[in-house]
Design a protein around this ligand. Structure first.
Ligand code: F6P
Length: 323
């Protein structure tokens, strides 16, 4: 493998730039040519490529977002779209790919590999932390810290005005940000997609707190849960409980931006180097991951047919601490 294309795809995540930098620098260190592919699979289909050198990734380590830009491409989900992308890669003599993104990005590279034999390594980059085969994905730590910072600020108002706040955090089908920021932010209840939540039980808990002179409370809600959005849950609770003045805050894309934490920069740097070394050692159709501080590689078929389990013990801890 001599010439490697690097791209970011799906939702941006803080630390993606650190991963691009690591791929470019490690690639050059191992005498590879590195080509930046702009706008994910969209740019791949259009041939939006640029040669990268050591200086093209200067001063990006500490920046949020992705210098290569990102997209969610509908066309690449079709065999015709993938054929177009493969032809562009061949035209540019790219003989392997390193893609930084979530499960959709990984699945895209897997299809390109099956249909056209393009070797690749995926680097997990998503704030949702919902990819099996790795303890952490790039961006999750920063996004959770951002959420905790926001929760702390909202707590000030909740306390000052004796209010109940429902705070919605991101995580499409995943409760990772919710559970971690909920524990760290001292939430009375955490509602996640992985678990059924009974509104009656929630109301009972809030009423119990109210009777014990608890004058303010924070409930963290992961978006996309079965019980509804934070807004919907707040409405249902309002109908059944009169203890609190109720407000809703949706943190939204605030959680996707910002300077990456040291943890995400370190993780991204390790994974970027590992992706280059992995390709060089003949690894393909795989994702680099981290398990107990060690870099590991997992084949697509070994991890992508199962959902990533939420840490059940975290749920237990959250319940113990919110009495
Ligand atoms: O996958 C990351 C994520 O931020 C999810 O948490 C969220 O559901 C989704 O992306 C939002 O996507 P978009 O930015 O395309 O609206």
């Amino acid at each position: 493998i001599n010439r490697i294309g690097v791209f970011t795809s799906g939702g941006d995540a803080p630390g993606m730039n650190a991963a691009i930098r690591a791929v470019v620098r490690a690639g050059i260190y191992y005498n590879k040519e590195i080509v930046g592919i702009y706008r994910g699979y969209e740019g791949m289909i259009e041939g939006d490529f640029e040669e990268m050198d050591v200086r093209s990734v200067a001063n990006i380590l500490q920046r949020g977002g992705t210098m290569l830009k990102s997209a969610r491409s509908k066309e690449f989900r079709t065999p015709e779209g993938r054929k177009k992308a493969f032809e562009q890669l061949k035209k540019s003599n790219i003989d392997a790919l390193i893609g930084i993104g979530g499960d959709g990005s990984f699945t895209g590279m897997h299809h390109l590999y099956l249909e056209h034999g393009m070797p690749y390594i995926c680097i997990p980059g998503t704030i949702d932390n919902d990819i099996p085969g790795t303890d952490y994905t790039i961006g999750y730590d920063t996004a959770t810290n951002t959420a905790v910072e926001a929760i702390d600020k909202i707590r000030d108002t909740a306390l000052s005005h004796n209010r109940l706040f429902f705070i919605e955090v991101m995580g499409r089908d995943s409760g990772y940000i919710a559970i971690s920021s909920g524990i760290a932010g001292g939430a009375v209840s955490i509602i996640i997609p992985e678990e059924e939540t009974s509104i009656d039980e929630l109301v009972e808990k809030l009423n119990k707190g109210g009777k014990k002179n608890k004058t303010s409370s924070l409930v963290i809600v992961a978006e996309g849960g079965k019980s509804g959005s934070a807004m919907e849950i707040a409405e249902k609770v309002k109908e059944k409980s009169s203890y609190f003045d109720t407000k809703v805050t949706i943190l939204g894309h605030l959680q996707r931006g910002g300077t990456p934490t040291y943890f995400d920069r370190l993780l991204a740097s390790k994974m970027g180097v590992a992706a280059i070394e992995g390709l060089d050692q003949g690894k393909t159709d795989a994702m680099v991951g981290i398990r107990h501080h060690d870099i590991i590689f997992n084949k697509f078929d070994d991890i992508m047919n199962q959902p990533k389990d939420i840490h059940k013990d975290d749920l237990r801890i959250a319940k113990i601490l919110s009495i």
